[in-house]
Design a protein around this ligand. Structure first.
Ligand SMILES: O=P(O)(O)OC[C@H]1O[C@H](OP(=O)(O)OP(=O)(O)O)[C@H](O)[C@@H]1O
Ligand SMILES: O=c1cc[nH]c(=O)[nH]1
Length: 179
């Protein structure tokens, strides 16, 4: 039987999101050359919240794309059951832009590696930064590190971080550690 422990929920989640937005404002200032990419499937919900809070704080509507990296994953052909793609919706070019890539969880780094590949279809960015809500910092398998982190968690490889967003139909936002 698996054991589920709550590691993050409201109001700390909102406080964290606010802090991450502050860090973005400090580094991107007027956001004139910046765009945001939310990684499908659950990174887009976090990215949408960041964009909404930045809009409130700065009055800027920062372009937001939804990026799906399913077919760029290195285990794409290795799974027993087929991987189902999500929608990519990037209605702008990232040529010369400062891209802020946003996902919910970073563990091995393989999804972010795939996302960097998927992104090349939209141009050559000036730079790419990575924001994650949860960093499973001891589970990395590739040399990928986030620039903006909500919470660092120490986890065993066998454990899993499960993210539930209200936007998916859950009654509240909950981030669980599952043993
Ligand atoms: O750093 P990684 O090890 O790639 O894990 C992080 C990714 O895993 C999750 O996605 P998803 O549940 O779709 O992927 P998974 O089946 O590999 O966990 C999560 O939303 C991240 O995108
Ligand atoms: O713990 C993990 C690892 C990868 N992806 C998740 O969503 N959670």
């Amino acid at each position: 039987m698996s054991i589920k422990r709550l590691i993050l929920s409201s109001p700390l989640l909102e406080i964290m999101t606010s802090r991450l937005c502050q860090e973005l404002i400090e580094n991107h200032q007027n956001f004139d050359n910046s765009v945001i990419m939310g990684l499908q499937p659950r990174g887009i919900f976090f990215a949408e919240r960041v964009v909404a809070e930045l809009r409130e704080r700065t009055g800027k509507n920062i372009p937001l794309g939804h990026l799906d990296a399913t077919f760029y994953r290195d285990d794409f052909r290795r799974r027993d059951s087929p991987l189902l793609p999500n929608k990519t919706n990037v209605p702008f070019l990232i040529e010369g832009k400062r891209v802020i890539l946003i996902d919910d969880v970073l563990a091995s780094g393989r999804m972010v590696r795939a996302a960097l590949d998927a992104m090349t279809a939209f141009g050559r960015p000036k730079m790419v930064e990575l924001m994650v809500l949860i960093d499973r910092r001891y589970n990395r398998e590739l040399p990928i590190e986030p620039d903006y982190v909500g919470m660092k968690v120490s986890t065993l490889e066998s454990q899993r971080v499960q993210v539930e967003w209200k936007e998916q139909g859950f009654e509240a936002d909950h981030i669980w550690m599952v043993d």
